[in-house]
Design a protein around this ligand. Sequence first.
Ligand code: HPA
Length: 274
Amino acid sequence: MSSSAQKIAEAAEFLRGNGFDGRFDCAMVLGTGLGRLIDDLEAPVSLAYDVVPHFPQPSVSGHSGRIIAGRLERKRVLMFQGRAHYYETGDAAAMRVPIGVIAALGGPPLLLTNAAGSVKLDFRPSSHVIITDHINYSGMNPLLGDRSEGRFVPMAGAYDERLRKKLKLAAIGSGVTVNEGVYMWFSGPSFETAAEVRMARTLGADLVGMSTVPEVILARYFGLRVVALSLVTNIAAGVGIGAHTHQDTKTVVAGAAPTLRKLVHAFLARLDEV
Ligand code: HPA
């Protein structure tokens, strides 16, 4: 067994023994400031990342680092409040153990959420975007150094079409406007220059951000169905006016949290519909 497989097995074993046993209907990674969704869970079981073997330690404000199991809309949900980013560690595989654990705990569909910058004026701050595809502009990959055959992960259709459709129907059903778009992964932590944002737009991106893509690659590697939702926190550099800060991200996220909450509830409610 590779050491990474062993770490995942140990983390999953620990979690199963601490209230994370049984079957899950959905797993979610909650991005910057979106962690309050855990308040909606019934009968929650919660552990800090630092007590779970081999889990990463997020260091960004707005990412607290807890794994929580509970019920929402009559579904059993596994939530990851806080992620470890490539820019924190220099390790693009920082989320390998948590994503691998989802597979080890039965492999439910995975919903990733993030905060992102928009490269076009019609995707306004506080609006939501279902990610249809991505461009990995970081030059990095979480599977670098992996020696298994499985590393050659096909990435066409990585963002599950059926889950995207459910998310779209959930948005329509709950009166939330969503757009669809392509997300381009920059390593961060510095924000993009105006020229980089122009390049992103020219290359076909709608959103820029510093997360999610490595998790999607890992999720596909582990055979999980995955869907991702961005909350636009700002218009990216050079497109609008003024500079964007991490504080702006947190402020917009706080304001938009109730809409996201509504959307997630509606998505879970229709998860078992065909
Ligand atoms: N760029 C990169 N990541 C981001 C941004 C941005 O403009 N906004 C929120 N996350």
